[in-house]
Design a protein around this ligand. Structure first.
Ligand code: SF4
Length: 181
């Protein structure tokens, strides 16, 4: 049995494959992260020496759009640590692209939540366990559970969830935040 991404029909996927087109693209603005999840594949969660510049990122996004991509999925690292996240989200919004962002929630404050809601970003918030000790252990960070739940509350105050724009289990490494490899 073939399982397709539910956001795109089988027909759309077949046509895109046949034409060498994209439907969506995943992008990592940076690999820096403040969590140390035991299941994360990123080796040291620090900045790569050759990370793309802002202009290069925008150019890649426009290339993906030209190839048919309708949706951009922001992964990391932790996207909220990237200093130009809001600029990139606004850019994606201006380009009429759907946006999905995987996050550990640590950087989601009122201002960022408002931007995410305004741009209708679908947020995938990392939450591995409802048990605080287990969550902190899995994230490799004391206080992670509290951060994640604060982020959830902040997103709810900004208007989430609406029309399925929030999910609380990300797909990284099968269970965590932000990565699908
Ligand atoms: S799984 Fe996500 S939150 Fe955890 S260390 Fe990796 S990038 Fe950071």
């Amino acid at each position: 049995m073939q399982i397709y991404n539910l956001e795109f029909s089988e027909q759309e996927i077949r046509e895109a494959v046949a034409a060498g087109k994209l439907l969506s693209m995943e992008i990592e603005f940076s690999r820096i992260c403040n969590f140390r999840c035991s299941y994360c594949y990123v080796p040291d969660r620090s900045e790569c020496s050759n990370e793309l510049s802002r202009e290069e990122i925008k150019d890649v996004i426009l290339q993906a759009k030209a190839l048919g991509a309708r949706k951009i999925i922001i992964l990391g690292g932790e996207p909220s640590i990237y200093p130009h996240l809001v600029e990139m989200i606004r850019f994606l919004g201006q380009e009429g692209l759907e946006i999905e962002m995987f996050t550990n929630g640590s950087g989601i404050d009122t201002d960022l939540a408002a931007v995410l809601a305004e741009e209708k970003v679908r947020v995938v918030l990392k939450l591995n366990s409802r048990d605080e000790a287990i969550q902190d252990r899995l994230a490799g960070k004391k206080g992670a559970f509290q951060m994640i739940n604060r982020a959830l509350a902040t997103l709810q105050e900004a208007g989430y969830p609406s029309a399925g724009r929030i999910s609380r289990n990300c797909r990284q490494c099968g269970s965590g935040c932000g990565r699908r490899r």
